[in-house]
Design a protein around this ligand. Structure first.
Ligand code: SF4
Ligand code: SF4
Length: 288
C-alpha cells in the first residue's frame, strides 16, 4: 500500500504526521520524502544515509550539421524549450519537460539526448524504515521529474509512506498520482479550509480515497469538520494545540518517542486506512 501524506498548505504539520506514523508503525516500510524543494523528514527520522545518487533528466541536443531548420521540433514543443530562428537552434534546458516530442518529430534524426542535472537522491535506513529523499538542485525549477525518480524507489507490495510537497500544483500531483490513499493534514481555520478544499478537488480528479488529520484541532471553528462530513472524508486523528507537542517538533524530536502515549494514535491512522480501504473494496464488490 502507498499512502501519500499531503496538505493544501505548508505549516499544517504534514511532516510531523508522516514521520510519526512511520515510527509508530514500527514495521518494515519505505519512507519517501518527496518534498524535494525542502526535504525535512530526515530531521525527525534521523536515518543513516548510506548512498547518494546524482540524477538528471534528458534534454535535447541538436546536431546543426544534420539540421535543416525546418522548425518541426519548435512547432511540437508546448513549452517553448526549443526554438529555431533562421539557421539557429536554441534550446532552453530549464524549460524542457523531457517529453521527447522534438526527437520524435525530427525528420533528420538531428536531435540526440543530453542531461540536465535535477539534484541528488539519498538512500538510508532508520531501523526497519528504508528512507529515501530527493534534494532538488538549487535553481532547478521543475520538481515533478525529481519526485517521480524518488517514487521509483518504492518497493512493490510493501508499505510506502510519501511525504508530499505542500500545495495543489504539479509537484503534489506527482506525489499523489497512483497512490492507494491520500492522508490530508489540515487545521480548522479559514486558510486551512480554503486550501483543504483545493486539495480535495485535486484528489477527487485523481479518484483516490482520502482521509483527514486535523492538527491544532482546538483552535478555529467547526467549518473544516462540517466540510469533512459533507465530503464523506473520515477524520482519522485530531491533534490538539499542545505546548509540549510544539516544543518537541520544534526541537526536531518525534512525538511518539518523547510522548509514547501518542504511539497508538499514530499507528491507529494506518489501521483505520486499512479498514477504510477494506470497506470501500467490499462496497464496490457488492455493487458489482
Ligand atoms: S526538427 Fe530536426 S531538422 Fe527540423 S529544425 Fe528541428 S532539429 Fe532541425
Ligand atoms: S523534450 Fe519535449 S519539452 Fe523538451 S524541448 Fe523537446 S519537445 Fe520541448
Amino acid at each position: 500500500m502507498i499512502v501519500s501524506v499531503a496538505s493544501g498548505k505548508g505549516g499544517t504539520g504534514k511532516t510531523m504526521v508522516s514521520t510519526n506514523m512511520a515510527l509508530a508503525i514500527g514495521e518494515r516500510l519505505t519512507f519517501l520524502d518527496c518534498d524535494v524543494e525542502e526535504p525535512n523528514a530526515h530531521l525527525f527520522l534521523k536515518p543513516k544515509i548510506e548512498q547518494r545518487e546524482q540524477v538528471s533528466t534528458p534534454v535535447p541536443l541538436v546536431d546543426e550539421q544534420k539540421c535543416t531548420f525546418c522548425k518541426k521540433c519548435s512547432d511540437v514543443c508546448r513549452f517553448n524549450a526549443i526554438v529555431v530562428v533562421g539557421t539557429n537552434d536554441m534550446i532552453f534546458k530549464d524549460l524542457c519537460h523531457s517529453c521527447g516530442g522534438c526527437m520524435f518529430v525530427c525528420p533528420e534524426n538531428a536531435i540526440s539526448e543530453t542531461g540536465r542535472e535535477l539534484g541528488t537522491i539519498e538512500y538510508g535506513h532508520r531501523d526497519a524504515i528504508r528512507f529515501v529523499q530527493g534534494r532538488l538542485r538549487v535553481g532547478e525549477a521543475m520538481s515533478p521529474p525529481m519526485i517521480r525518480k524518488v517514487r521509483a524507489a518504492a518497493v512493490p507490495h510493501e508499505l510506502t509512506i510519501i511525504d508530499a510537497p505542500p500545495g495543489t500544483s504539479c509537484p503534489v500531483i506527482a506525489a499523489m498520482k497512483g497512490v492507494d490513499f491520500v492522508l490530508m493534514v489540515t487545521e480548522p481555520t479559514p486558510f486551512g479550509l480554503h486550501d483543504l478544499q483545493l486539495a480535495v478537488e485535486a484528489v477527487k480528479i485523481l479518484d483516490i480515497p482520502a482521509g483527514l488529520v486535523i492538527n491544532r484541532c482546538d483552535i478555529g471553528d467547526r467549518k473544516v469538520y462540517e466540510y469533512a462530513e459533507r465530503q464523506n472524508l473520515p477524520i482519522l486523528l485530531e491533534i490538539p494545540f499542545d505546548r509540549k507537542i510544539a516544543e518537541t517538533y520544534s526541537c526536531g524530536q518525534s512525538i511518539v518517542e518523547v510522548m509514547p502515549e501518542w504511539k497508538d494514535k499514530f499507528k491507529g491512522i494506518y489501521r483505520d486506512i486499512e479498514l477504510h480501504l477494506e470497506g470501500l473494496r467490499k462496497r464496490v464488490s457488492c455493487e458489482n
